[in-house]
Write a protein that binds this ligand. Sequence first.
Ligand SMILES: [Ca+2]
Ligand SMILES: [Ca+2]
Ligand SMILES: [Ca+2]
Length: 270
Amino acid sequence: MKKLIFPLVTAAMVVGSATSVFAYSEKNLEAPKAADVTIDGDLSEWDTSKSLVINSENQIIDQIEHWDGEADCSMELSAMWDEENLYIAMKISDDTPLVYREGFPLDELDAIILFLSTNPDADPERTEYEATDWRLVQSADMYKDDFDFFNYIDRDMIADNQGWETQGEYGDEMVFDDYEAAIAQVEGGIVWESKIPLHNLSNDAIQQLVPEAGKTIGFDFSVLDVDLPCPGIHSLRMQSSANLDGKDRTPEAYAVDTNPSLWGTLTFVE
Ligand SMILES: [Ca+2]
Ligand SMILES: [Ca+2]
Ligand SMILES: [Ca+2]
């Protein structure tokens, strides 16, 4: 019997290395513990040195022909945490920011999509969403100097969503309770500071994520840009974890909306 051990070990190693390319991308965001965050659009209390950026052609996953460079669409994202909340700060460069139209699906407008798992023990190699995998489309509308915030939580790709159903898909809705956000207009774009209470991503069957220094979760984000909304026009879409070559880009070819193993990660640190 002993002779069999070596071939088996070798076979396991080969399988392991062959599948490892499907386990979360190397993009890791470190999120420091939050202290005295004020949601006001001013990031002076943030340590943004650990941010991740979307600013290269390699990160475009849809409508590559509509990207005119970093001033047209790019972003930088930072995160912080406490036991109850995830804080997200974004600097978004867009020549025509905050394009919003009532009644349009949020992911055909200017929007951000956050992807995260609320299960730190989830298998990084899973290729299908589980009930603890979340796709959060965030959008905002400017009216005079005021901002309205909207979101859409897409659960349609989850076989067993544990009773947390898709919400906000028709737009003009803020699905989360106690969501806080502020936008500041800056030259070339906007700064968007926000607080997402984690109880929103739970129910009787889905345990609430409690961040803790040292824990890592699946995480990713994308930026959508449209500069003139018309029915049927899809936004340019860029994804933090993507690193693609060639000009033929479709969301189906980089399927972060259905395959969490393509995501990067987020690590909670002190
Ligand atoms: Ca602030
Ligand atoms: Ca733009
Ligand atoms: Ca835009």
